[in-house]
Design a protein around this ligand. Structure first.
Ligand code: NAD
Ligand code: MG
Length: 401
């Protein structure tokens, strides 16, 4: 691992996906600690007004937008407001801010496969990476982790469950879970908004209902993933890579209160858990300051208000996406990339009301059924699998809409 943050060093930070739910939570923590953190660069995709406001507030050296037209517009608007932020464009812009020598820390908070190349650039440059963009790791698994080890990058999960597991594991990684005396990882999930919806009503639930998560406020894609439990499936795969676990060592536990963010079960019978209010600023603060602790702005947990903690077995008939993810975790190779791409396509179609909620799993199952799984040799192979799965999903979706 490379350098560890000390009290005196001011961390320079690039945020990939700064205009999203995670990005905004990161900025909320950063402004509380102006002597510790300096924003180097922010990226946005289609919310240029919001990106402009963030640039005026945080005065980054660079801002990144996807198109040349966007570069022109934002650069002009910022200059008119007296800002010195330089606006750059496209994927090369993202890679530039992810790997720049002045950057200590990169927050990977772009949603979906779109974040893969920039996150990999940060990994290859040996940065400290706060990983929210789970799809990037799910797709590229072994390649991603090999690059982390090769470059000496410091990979810190800010997905709340993985951050909780990280906190419950021994601080000095002994290599394998078995040698750390770990029996299982218990990955918790709220069960989403449809945990108790009658099965015959699931097909007709709307994007608005799916995005109304009972405990977390998040972007639309991850909200739908939480409603199908694909989010828990992606997190299972994410946990396998982050903690060098086999899929059978990760058990999913439904916990509707979302107070226990995950647990680690040791062979001596000890079970360590991390608890807290469901607020992303806790895992973000933990990872930003690690191995120190800083104030996150999150209210103290009131156990008397929480009063009870419930735990349930996930219903895999209601939530077939979880079984599909477990299957691809066991298959390995390009299977997780196929699953992820098909899921992104199906979720988008659902959000655009082109398919019903239960057809998300049908689409993914179809793609996994038809596409052959190969070995992951390089990033090109991963992107090829991603493209094939998208093409296959597109055909399936066209026939239904
Ligand atoms: P979001 O939709 O709110 O934000 C996504 C960000 O990515 C935005 O800044 C957007 O401009 C940018 N973006 C979107 N498409 C892009 C593209 N094609 N190219 C470049 N940038 C693009 O999403 P979010 O909820 O903040 O989630 C971001 C990531 O973090 C996801 O991978 C999600 O699974 C993960 N995550 C989110 C939460 C949460 O609480 N929101 C929790 C854990 C993990
Ligand atoms: Mg999570």
């Amino acid at each position: 691992m490379s350098s560890i943050t000390t009290e005196t060093h001011c961390q320079t930070i690039s945020i990939l996906g700064a205009t999203g739910s995670v990005g905004l939570n990161v900025l909320d923590v950063i402004v509380r600690h102006p002597t510790r953190y300096k924003v180097f660069a922010l990226s946005g995709y289609n919310q240029l007004q919001r990106l402009k406001e963030l640039c005026l507030l945080h005065e980054p050296d660079y801002a990144v937008v996807p198109t040349p037209q966007g570069v022109k517009t934002l650069q002009r608007d910022l200059a008119l407001s007296g800002s010195h932020t330089q606006v750059i464009g496209g994927e090369s812009g993202l890679k530039f801010i992810a790997s720049h020598r002045e950057v200590d820390t990169v927050v990977a908070a772009i949603v979906g496969a779109a974040g893969l190349n920039a996150t990999m650039a940060a990994v290859e440059a040996g940065k400290k990476i706060l990983l929210a963009n789970k799809e990037a790791l799910v797709m590229s698994g072994a390649l991603f982790m090999q690059a982390v080890h090769r470059s000496g990058a410091v990979l810190l999960p800010i997905d709340s469950e993985h951050n909780a597991i990280f906190q419950c594991l021994p601080s000095h990684s002994p290599g394998s879970l078995a040698s750390a005396g770990v029996r299982r990882i218990l990955l918790t999930g709220s069960g989403g908004p449809f945990r108790q919806t009658p099965l015959n009503q699931l097909h007709d639930v709307t994007p608005e209902q799916a995005c109304a998560h009972p405990k977390w406020s998040m972007g639309r894609k991850i909200s739908v993933d939480s409603a199908t439990l694909m989010n828990k499936g992606l997190e299972l795969i994410e946990a396998c890579w982050l903690f060098n676990a086999r899929p059978s060592q990760v058990e999913v536990v439904i916990h509707p209160q979302s107070v226990v963010h995950s647990l680690v079960d040791y062979i001596d019978g000890s079970v360590l858990a991390q608890l807290g209010n469901p607020d992303m600023r806790t895992p973000i603060s933990h990872a930003l300051a690690w191995p120190l602790r800083i104030d996150s702005g999150v209210a103290p947990l009131n156990l008397f208000e929480v009063a009870r903690l419930d735990f349930e077995v996930p219903d895999e008939i209601r939530f077939p996406c979880l079984s599909l993810a477990r299957q691809v975790a066991q298959m390995g190779g390009t299977a997780p990339a196929l699953l992820n791409a098909a899921n992104e396509m199906a979720v988008q179609a659902f959000l655009e009301r082109r398919i019903g909620f239960t057809q998300i799993a049908e689409c993914i199952e179809h793609v996994l059924d038809k596409e052959s799984v190969g070995q992951v040799k390089d990033l090109y192979g991963v992107l090829e699998a991603d493209a094939c799965a998208r093409e296959r999903a597109l055909h399936w979706l066209k026939r239904r809409t």
